[in-house]
Structures are given as C-alpha cells and as structure tokens.
Design a protein around this ligand. Sequence first.
Ligand code: ADP
Ligand code: MG
Length: 701
Amino acid sequence: MNLLETPIEYLKGVGPNRGDLLRKELGIHKYGDLVNLFPNRYIDRTRYFKINQLQNNNSEVQIIGKVIHIKTVEQKRGKRLVATFIDDTGEMDLVWFQGHKWIREGLKINEVYVIFGKVTQFGSTFNMAHPEMELLAEHKASLRSAMQPVYPSTEKLANKGISNRVINKLMQQLFIETHVLFTETLPTYLIDELKLISKKEALFNIHFPKNQELLSKAQFRLKFEELFFIQLQLITKNLIRKHKIKGHPFEIIGDNFTNFYNNHLPFELTNAQKRVVKEIRNDLGSNAQMNRLLQGDVGSGKTIVALLCMLMAKDNGFQSCLMAPTEILATQHFNGLTELAKDLDINIQILTGSSKTKERKGIHEALENGSLDILIGTHALLEDKVVFQNLGLAIIDEQHRFGVEQRSKLWKKGGGDLPPHMLVMTATPIPRTLAMSLYGDLDISVIDELPAGRKPIQTVHRYDSNRLKVWKFLKDEIAKGRQVYIVYPLIQESEKMDYKDLMDGYESISRDFPLPDYSISIVHGQMKPADKEEEMRRFATGKTNIMIATTVIEVGVNVPNASVMVIESAERFGLSQLHQLRGRVGRGAEQSYCILMTGFKLSEDSKTRMETMVRTNDGFEISEVDLKLRGPGDIMGKQQSGVLNLQIADIVKDKDILQLARHHAVKLLKADASMEKPEHATLRKVFIEISKKKTIWNYIS
Ligand code: ADP
Ligand code: MG
C-alpha cells in the first residue's frame, strides 16, 4: 500500500485522539492529506525580542528566556495558570486558561526556552497567553526555517493543544517518513516550459521554506498544479458532454430570421451582439446540444439576441420558450417581443401564475398542436401540464434566480428524444476567471459592449443629512421632464420593518412632492399582481413622476425616460444588487444619475461598496470587488470559496495563474484528449485519482 494512504493516527505524535480531531476539524484522514494542508501565511522568525523591547502593539514576537516560577491563580471566572518568565532585561507573565495539567507536568523550570506569541500589556506587566514554547536546544535542531508557516486551525484544535507548533512537528515527522514518495505529477515538458520547480521541492518549501524566493516558486508551482487539474476536469467534462449529448440541428437560416434581420431590426446590433449571435448560431447548427451562458451587463441588449435565436428555432420548425423570474419581467418581454415581431408571422403567447384558466387551455392546446411558436412566462412554464409539441430552444433570463433543478425540468420538456438547446442569460457579471472555473462545462458568450450613444450613469454617495439637497435635485430633474425611482431595501428577515420604512418614506415623499405638481407610484411585494402591474404601467407611460419601490424592480424593468435612481439605505444592499438597481436608469438618451443614500456610520465593507459604485459602471469590475469582499472566505484558515474548495490557489488573487493553467490545459487536451500519450501517463493517473475524489460541478444558481 502507498504509505501516503496510511490513516493519520499512525503518524508518530498523532494517535487516536488527535487523529479524530484532525479528521473532524481539518478533514485530514491520511498522511497524504496532511502533506496537502498548506499554510495560510508565514511569520518571520529570524528576529528575537528582549523583554524590555516589548511594545503594546499586539504583534507576534519570539523571546529567549526561562520560567522561574509557576502558580495557579483563582478567579471568579475560573483558574489561570501564570508563569513568570525572565531574560537578562526584565520579566513578564505567561498565562494559560486551559490545559493546566499538561503544562504543569511538561514545563521545565530554569531551562532556556524560545517562546512565541502575541503580547499584551496589563498595567506595567507584559503577558503572553498560550505561548508556543520550545526548548532552545530543540528549537535550534528543528527542521525549521526563517519563514515559519502558520497552518489553518480551529478553536477546538487550539483548545485541545494542537497548536501550530504541534502541526509543524507532525509535518516534520511526515516528511521524515514519506518525502521520498512525493513523485512528479506534471509532464516534464510542461515543467521545463514553465520553469516550474519539482513537486518534491515545492512541497518541501511550502512547509519549510528555505528562503522567500523558493517559497514563491513553491507557491506558484502548487497553485498552478491545482488550477491545472481543475481545468483539465472541466474541459474534459465539456468535451464529453458535447460528444455525448446530441441536439436538434438547426440546419437552415430561414425566412423569419432573414426578414427580421434585414428589414425589421430597430437598431444596428453592436459588434458584441453580432459576435454572440454567430457563436450561438454555430452551436445550433451542429448536432450537439447547446448549453450556453450568455453574460451581458444590464442594458447590453440580451433580449434582441434571444429573439434572433428563437427565430432560428422557428425557421427550423421548432418551438421555443423564454422564462423570466418575475411576472413583471415576463410581461415586459412579452410586450417587447410582440412589438419587435409584429410584422412577422409568428405566434407569441404569455403564461404566468395569473393567466386565466381559459387562456391556459388555449395555450396548452396551441403548444401541443404546434401552432404556438414562442411561449414567454414565469416558472409557470415548468408545470407538468405545459407540454410542447417540439421544444427546440429554452431560454432562461436572469438565471441566478433559478436553480439547477428548474433548468433540468426545462431540459426534459423537449418533446422528442432530444433535449432542447439551452441558453441562460445573466446580467450578474461573473469575473471571467471565475466563470471559467464555475461554468467550465458550459460555453460562455459575453456581450462586453453597450449600445453606442449611452451616457455613463453618474453615481454619487450622499448622507441622509443631505436629503434636502437631494430632493431639490429631483425636483429639477422632474421639471426637465424626467422620472425618478426611489428604492427601499427589502430583506426577508425584517420584512415588516422594511415595509414600515417604505410606507414612512412614501408618506414623507408625498408631503415633499405634493399633488398636483407631482404624482407618485408605489410598488411593493405585498400588493396584488394586478395592482403592481397597473402602477408600473402608470409610471412606464409617464403618468407618474416618481416610482417608490422595493427591490421588485431590480430585474429587467425598462423605462427609458426614468433617469434618476435614488437608493435608500444603500449600505444594506450588496454590490451586485446595487449595480442591478442602477441599471434601471441610463436607458434613454438623457444623462442619468444614481444617488446612494446612507447613514453616516458605515462599516469598512459598506464604504468600499459605495466607493466602488461611485468609481465605476463596469459590472465585471464590480463583481470582482464583490468577490473580494465576500470571499473566498478564509475563516480561521479553512478556505471555502463557497463554491470551489481550493487548497492553495485563490480564485480572485491568482487569476493570472488560472488563465495560464487554462491555456495549457486546453493545449494539452487538444493534442491528446484522452491523455494516452506516454508523456502523459502520470498525469492521467493523477487526473483519474482526483476526479474520483472531487466533485466540483457546482453552479451559482
Ligand atoms: P438587457 O441586456 O439588460 O436585457 P435589453 O435587452 O433590455 O438589455 O436592452 C436594453 C435597451 O437597449 C433596450 O431598450 C433595447 O431596445 C436597447 N438596445 C439593445 N441593443 C441595442 C443596440 N444594438 N443599439 C441600440 N439600442 C439597443
Ligand atoms: Mg434583460
């Protein structure tokens, strides 16, 4: 048996109890898992402090000295163990709140120790709680370098005496027993080309760095390897899917598409839209099933792309559907698309939760006899009763609102033996590098260009105390004929309070913007759909100047004359939500504004969010900041991006390495798709092993 497969408790210094803890707290089951427990950071331990040099700045220091005395101090809140520690410049206290027995037993009085930890000052005395201690002789002999690794830990591990030093010792033991077994995992030509250090050298230097330079090389090599294997997995999976899952080939470009494209486009497509239509066209024309993610910032014009695709379906004798997350949005799509296609001979219908029974019946029939070409709707489309004659293309708008499950339901509505082609559209831009990792098995198209002539939205951050000035500004804009959104947060847990905020806001705005000069619409979650609809309509047709709303309007609403977006309590919204909301304005020819209202006291994160919004309109940039703020988390060391569980690489910080890894993975698989060439023998073995262990096919949904 491979020694690296040995259960961790057999490692000298571990045993059943510690083994149990390592398993539960850090997921370390075998020798091989411990090797792959990578440090979070490193501490420079070349420097030794004297006690009279200590300062009360909460930094970690190491000191050489002796324990001369040890005592237990009884307190109301429990016992403390206090040792007096001295060097030739002074004395200080070492303190323990737990583990008294083994410390008393193990600690040697009057022997020279190196202690390490954070110091704090109480009165005139410095003290160090739960120091790491090592006899000077041992310290000198140990396999340790200037850059001392700090490993991921948990409170429980720390409390049970498995300190960083203990992990370090276990690691030494492990290397003594097993280092000869660390074999190369990457092909030689790749190591040469990228000038990588060997696997063995990398592992050694990640745990016991000889110097800063070797540490960097070790980190680069291991990060590259981790991302490289993930990319190999994702790309392979994509190839298999394309190979295996057949789809309906849309062989022709027919009359409807050509007629619309040549005679009825209301504007010229942007180059990005043209490119994306081509990419989709290529997919649909092949006989593999399309599974494509269409990313495009708010306002980039995804709807027209969707229509063009649905026309391709029609021309090839297939039905298509478009699913939106809300009734308002579905209705808007229905109205918009009906208008666009008014000169074509196409039957478009809408199905939502509030469709009448009679309408439903008609739709069900038309779907089954094939006279209905395009069905637009909400998740009502997923009901069992909705049966298509031949669904060739399913489009999902704003896909982050829908789960994987719903996607697979649509998948099964194909009618025939083959699944429909799937296009998911999202306006939540995911940084490209992350998208590559998350959606590596979907194909991705990006509309990275806004229609010409749009003026960038101007965004400002204002405190509540500036409200009068803000209101004055709104009045000026309304006087110019513009319309205004004022949005209040709605967060599930405090729905009642939010509702009250909204109503209070409504009242005071009604006072400040009185009839007959001003008229106000209001839309919120507790209204009946029909009332919401009516209020939206009044605003959309310019009957009201101000729309007060909760985040109901977040997605997709299109009122080009609305040019000001005021977001109340903006600090309570996440970045992507703020960006989505802001995207409701800037849709017409006028200069548009977004005003972020907050209280005066803001957390660091909130400040960053406001600054980011003010600085940029670029959805991709915003989502990168968002990702930095929210994760991949580094909670007590356990790296959890929430999506990918990476051991050493960081999706955000290491995006260049990710790109490099992807590039080489693509190249390798192009040359040798099944990794059968002799130079890929080891790679293939590792690949199969990793694939067995890890499932990384998570989607953001
Ligand atoms: P989103 O990608 O946010 O769904 P829409 O499809 O709703 O964007 O388009 C936003 C607005 O831009 C719509 O009013 C649409 O008619 C318009 N639009 C889309 N593409 C273009 C274009 N190439 N030129 C001019 N206007 C466009
Ligand atoms: Mg849209």
